[in-house]
Design a protein around this ligand. Structure first.
Ligand code: HAM
Length: 430
């Protein structure tokens, strides 16, 4: 049988990589707490129609990247390529009544896209994201962008090392008029566009601004951009967003070419890139925007609530972090590593580990025992903060040797491990 391998574009996550992933999620959750967003979980697979209707039939995600399948009863299902549509579907299904309060939800989990695997681009990847539902306020757009910013700051990325690229594509009305103008412009050069752009001309016209083909780039360089064609009220909305980003000292840039690849966007759209890498193939650290029409689309017009959010690829962010300065925080430390000298000490050593765990510490034991030097080495590999040594001599003397650091050693009485609370020497080592 051929050698079994993880499917192309997927990653097996061992420590420390897996711990770095956890750390990224933790930094995200901390930012969510600060901005009052609360966790929601939705299914990993959904009715395929959720994405064709929600994300858009003519988007790359739906046309090229979905993992779709039939279940045993012939239902058309897809692994979620993103979570925004699922969260809105879940809210509609839950029949929540919106009495004016804003629903601020956050999530993390695996997403699936049949993308071309490369650095920062996987077929199964983790996203963290938020959705703020129930208000059209531009200040809510700002809150969403700031949360994304704070999450990246929590990871130790410096403010000068990242930039928010922001744009407004207006509302559905603006879009109707604007798309007419854009199509007229593009029809003049239609023959010279790449096949992808040609096929999207009538269905997903805005995507021409995302095309990487140099010829297309040149052809659209003087095409009209959405921002110049939005209503004055919508321009005002955008101006408030910009003014607030400015006042908070966020490193931002308006880029009229940012249109985003999903159909549901309206008004503010944004992406965050590592500085100087906007064009890099691994793409944005996070992306999002307002999507005021999605509720109506997914509820057949029954509900109509505005919303705004973003999502961020955990692996991609992980690759942008300077882990040399972060590793200590990211890789889990073990409070105690218990070293055993001699077979007779084994059962006593297990009791000590158990007690340390009950006291609320993390503790592990060297199951292999053997030479002291090898056990010390293994404790280092496990990133242990301190060591307990127990051997036959210690048991006879009624003590345990406690090494809070490499060059310190104190003796603890074995009887202290019968106590309900840890002794002072453990809580604050000399
Ligand atoms: P998106 O731009 O498709 O937006 O994805 C958001 C982020 O997910 C990207 O900026 C990137 O960091 C990460 N990402 C996307 N594809 C991959 C991949 N193949 N491998 C690794 N990372 C990837 C959305 O998904 C929207 N649902 C965001 C949103 C939420 N808009 C409003 N609310």
């Amino acid at each position: 049988m051929a050698e079994l391998k993880a499917p192309r574009g997927t990653i097996d996550r061992f420590p420390p990589y897996s711990e770095r992933c956890e750390h990224v999620i933790k930094c995200f959750v901390d930012a969510c707490r600060a901005h009052d967003y609360r966790i929601v979980h939705t299914p990993t697979f959904e009715d395929t129609r959720l994405f064709t209707r929600g994300v858009g039939e003519s988007t790359d995600i739906v046309m090229k990247e979905m993992y779709s399948f039939k279940d045993k009863k012939g239902r058309d299902l897809s692994l979620r390529p993103e979570m925004t549509a699922g969260v809105i579907r879940a809210l509609i299904e839950a029949g929540r009544r919106y009495t004016g309060q804003i629903e601020k939800l956050a999530y993390y989990g695996p997403m699936f896209r049949y993308d071309r695997p490369q650095k920062g681009r996987y077929r199964e990847f983790f996203q963290v994201g938020i959705e703020a539902i129930g208000d059209t306020s531009p200040y809510l757009d700002v809150d969403v962008i700031l949360l994304g910013w704070d999450y990246l700051l929590n990871l130790g990325i410096k403010p000068d090392d990242m930039v928010v690229i922001v744009n407004s594509i207006g509302d559905a009305e603006d879009r109707k008029t604007y798309l007419k103008i854009l199509r007229e412009h593009l029809k003049k050069v239609e023959d010279e566009l790449c096949d992808d752009c040609k096929s999207r001309l009538d269905t997903n016209t805005l995507r021409v601004f995302d095309c990487k083909n140099p010829k297309c780039k040149e052809l659209v360089s003087d095409a009209p951009r959405p921002l110049k064609h939005i209503s004055s009220a919508n321009r005002e909305h955008f101006d408030i967003v910009i003014k607030m980003l400015e006042s908070f000292g966020i490193n931002y840039r308006i880029d009229e070419d940012i249109v985003r690849g999903l159909d549901y966007y309206t008004h503010t759209v944004f992406e965050v890139f590592p500085t100087g890498e906007e064009e890099a193939s691994q793409g944005a650290l996070l992306g999002g925007g307002r999507y005021d029409g999605l509720f109506a689309t997914l509820s057949n017009g029954e509900l109509d609530f505005p919303a705004v959010g973003f999502a961020s690829g955990v692996e991609r962010v992980l690759e942008a972090v300077d882990w040399d300065s972060q590793d200590k925080k990211a890789i889990s430390e073990l409070d105690f590593y218990v070293v055993i000298l001699g077979d007779n000490a084994k059962s006593q050593a297990y009791k000590i580990v158990r007690k340390l765990q009950q006291w609320g510490f993390s503790a592990d034991i060297d199951y292999r025992a053997g030479k002291l030097k090898s056990q010390f080495k293994r404790s280092e590999a496990r990133n242990a903060k301190s060591i307990m040594i127990i051997g036959d001599d210690e048991i006879n003397a009624g003590i345990v040797k406690f090494k809070p650091s490499k060059d310190k050693e104190i003796e603890l009485s074995l009887s202290c491990f019968d106590m309900e609370n840890p002794p002072d020497e453990i809580m604050s080592p000399p």
